[in-house]
Write a protein that binds this ligand. Structure first.
Ligand code: HDE
Length: 731
């Protein structure tokens, strides 16, 4: 392909709307498909033999002269680039974004004002702490980074799946990351926060308590990237065509609901399939189950900047949705997997500073620090200042400027003029007036002394932590308490554990007492309640309401996953255990009913190959009991039939159903299949007298249409967390 040439003639009037296909075409222009082409060197020389190095005789030494070998090995030696210092482990997909109706009342950004326009996007999900090869199921925050290729330039919304952050000021970020990464002396543990350095730092940083509630909650263990929310975290600004500005918080709301897995399950998935989230995203897109999220906005008028009991610039605070509802304004659909992981997912370079006219920043000190960090990190990771020329990073909007040269420059800039003003090149490229789309920073008034301080309005560290904990459902609270018992239980230094328990006592006494008990710690006497807020009350109704939310233990509904619309069972996976002579007609009907609901019935047999059913048909199983596990499925069904009783002698099958039950999944069995549930100590009334212990255990003598319907109805509840109290000691 011929190198791009800059004409230097791009005028503002030449700007055009990008189509969804533009990014695809742009990437395709760089895609090499080796099918049917000759093998050549990087210089285009056809290769005659790629099997052996050039040697002096059959058994002789290799020759330095072998240019093909040297080129191939040198390239191989340089195949890796530095991984991201955080968010190293990621998975991505292409898609489109479309706004439902014009948001011109808030912003002039074209992609948010034209409902007819589909904007191409590239979205990368990630974990934060682990390295590139680490497990997807670590207890961690997930990155949710979206690059919009708008026709006015690239806009990157580089967010997380939690709406707040650990720290208030960017200067503490290296400390936070050093603390959470594997410990410096022995590089352990990988992708885990359950170790001394992390909790040492956290226990000395009261501002992190709200975020700690989030990362110890089930939000840190998403079932799928497709089933988690996203948040821009910081307060941004939207600027309209008249120059008016409003504050905004960005949200992503998944249409499949917000779901998590259990901690025991997460740890097992990490062993059985560390690529679980990556595979889930890839397979969903390959199967046409395109993940969808709605963009949500919480808009705050300028005049309301101080209307809350916290500071809008403080990234450890969220705006409760009861105070400012989330307006759902558009839809993001992920519809195409990358062609090449390295070229796209690895080389994509996000930057919070990539904004388009109509979107601007606030003074959030965390955001301000990020504005420096993202370009800087690409310089080391991608090797120089031309990373914007890598196909995945190129805007679809035309670009033209006087930036020149540098490592690996792709563009061949014609002509001798690379400065402005100039007369030799007609003074082009020219500046663009605001009315024609030129980016103008919102002229926010600023004054003050140069100080290294934080405003008093940043001083309440426990109020929203308390609101979060108290907003959780009973099972969610239980999970959070157990997570803290687990994490702090892995901390070897007693003083760190004690410091943490004291913080918890400031948040909620039940939380503190139960965690302390689990750690064998005597809770210290009454701890003085911290000042809950620091902005002086000004009688503003929102401020008052917020204080009610955090002072009087009123909950904020959407903070609990339990109150979210559960979403359909589409794309969920059910393991159907089949032994020789299984109930062929029943299983066929179950798989069909699941398919009708968009879900997948996957046959698992004692061995691979075709397993005969009782009606003489043979069915290929996708997995043997050795090659999969129930933690990789959303529900389990054991088919009846004369061979089913043999499952009780297979320990892996017993674990299979026991784990599914323990992880609160829907479990079903008919006929002799019920014996496997019994062998796993799952309470059932018996096949003849179906009296299952709970709504997500479905048993019966035959896999009738009614049994199938009951099984699907139970699955629609996703997880029966209320089963848990029966499964554990209560200490
Ligand atoms: Fe990042 N962050 N971050 N971050 N961040 C990076 O950029 C940084 C923060 C987030 O899929 C790095 O290209 C600082 C908050 C995501 O490629 C780096 C601070 C939020 C991704 C960096 C923060 C994020 C990153 C590492 C504190 C949620 C992955 C590699 C001031 C709103 C993007 C890279 C992808 C990546 C710095 C805090 C989200 C080093 C200094 C808060 C989703 O530049």
């Amino acid at each position: 392909m011929a190198p791009a040439r800059a004409s230097g003639k791009t005028s503002t009037t030449a700007r055009r709307a990008v189509s969804t296909d533009d990014k695809r075409k742009q990437l395709a222009a760089h895609t090499h498909d080796p099918a049917g082409t000759a093998l050549t060197t990087d210089q285009g020389v056809p290769i005659n033999d790629d099997q052996s190095t050039l040697k002096a005789g059959d058994r002789g030494p290799s020759l330095l002269e072998d240019f093909h070998f040297r080129e191939k090995i040198t390239h191989f030696d340089h195949e890796r680039i530095p991984e991201r210092v955080v968010h190293a482990r990621g998975s991505a997909a292409h898609g489109v974004f479309q706004v439902y109706e014009s948001l011109s009342r808030y912003t002039k950004a074209a992609f948010l004002t034209d409902p007819a326009r589909q904007t191409p996007v590239f979205v990368r999900f990630s974990t934060v702490a682990g390295s590139r090869g680490s497990t997807d199921l670590a207890r961690d925050v997930r990155g949710f980074a979206v690059k919009f290729y708008t026709d006015e330039g690239n806009f990157d919304l580089v967010g997380n799946n939690m709406p707040v952050f650990f720290i208030q000021d960017a200067i503490k970020f290296p400390d936070l990351i050093h603390a959470v990464k594997p410990e410096a002396n022995n590089e352990m543990p990988q992708a885990a926060s359950a170790h001394d350095t992390f909790w040492d730092f956290i226990s000395l940083m009261p501002e992190s308590m709200h975020m700690i509630m989030w990362v110890m909650s089930d939000r840190a263990l998403p079932r799928s990237f497709r089933m988690m929310e996203g948040f821009g975290v910081h307060t941004f600004r939207l600027v309209d065509a008249k120059g008016g500005s409003r504050f905004v918080k960005f949200h992503w709301k998944p249409l499949l609901g917000v779901h998590s897995v259990a901690w025991d399950e997460a740890q097992k998935i990490s062993g059985k399939d560390p690529d679980f989230h990556r595979r889930d995203l890839w397979e969903a897109i390959e199967n046409g189950d395109f993940p969808e999220y709605e963009l949500g906005l919480q808009v705050v008028e300028e005049k309301d900047e101080f209307a809350f009991g916290f500071d809008l610039l403080d990234p450890t605070k969220l705006i409760p949705e009861e105070l400012v509802p989330v307006q759902r304004v558009g839809k993001l659909t992920l519809n195409r997997n990358p062609d090449n992981f390295f070229a796209e997912t690895e080389q994509v370079a996000f930057h919070i500073g990539n904004v388009v006219a109509g979107i601007d920043f606030s003074n959030d000190p965390l955001l301000q620090g990020r504005l420096f960090s993202y370009t800087d990190t690409q310089l080391i990771r991608l090797g120089g200042p031309n990373f914007h020329e890598i196909p995945i990073n190129r805007p679809t909007a035309p670009l033209s400027n006087n930036q020149r040269d540098g490592h690996m420059r792709q563009q061949i800039d014609a002509g001798r003029v690379s400065y402005q003003p100039n007369s030799l090149g007609g003074n082009e490229p020219t500046q663009v007036p605001a009315a024609a789309g030129g980016y103008v920073t919102y002229p926010q008034a600023t004054e003050g002394a140069k100080v290294r301080t934080r405003g008093e309005s940043f001083f309440d560290h426990y109020g929203q932590a308390r609101m979060f904990f108290q907003s959780q459902s009973a099972p969610e609270k239980e999970h959070l308490i157990k997570a803290l018992r687990f994490e702090l239980g892995k901390v070897a230094t007693p003083e760190i554990r004690e410091r943490m328990v004291q913080h918890l006592a400031q948040i909620d006494s039940h939380l503190a007492t139960t965690v302390a008990k689990g750690l064998g710690i005597e809770l210290p006497g009454t701890v003085a309640a911290p000042p809950n807020r620091s902005i002086p009350a000004d009688g503003n109704p929102r401020d008052f309401q917020h204080r009610q939310l955090i002072d009087r233990d009123i909950v904020s509904g959407p903070l609990s996953m339990a109150v979210h619309v559960p979403g359909p069972i589409a794309s969920r996976k059910v393991a159907v255990l089949v032994a020789p002579e299984f109930d062929g007609a029943g299983v066929k009907a179950l798989v069909k009913a699941l398919a009708k609901a968009g879900a997948q019935g996957v046959l698992v047999g004692p061995i691979l190959g075709a397993i005969p059913a009782d009606d003489g048909t043979a069915h290929d199983v996708q997995f043997s009991i050795l090659t999969t596990s129930s933690v990789l499925f959303d529900a389990v069904f054991v088919a009846g039939g004369p061979g089913a009783a043999a499952w009780t002698t297979e320990a892996d099958a017993v674990d299979f159903v026991r784990d599914a039950f323990k992880h609160c999944k829907t479990v079903g069995a008919t006929g002799d299949g019920v014996e496997l549930l019994e062998a796993a100590h799952i309470p059932v009334g018996g096949p003849a007298d179906p009296d299952p212990a709970d709504d997500a255990t479905v048993v019966g003598p035959k896999l009738t249409a009614a049994a199938t319907a009951r099984f699907l109805a139970a699955m629609a509840g996703h997880r029966l967390w209320t089963r848990e109290p029966e499964l554990h000691l209560h200490l």
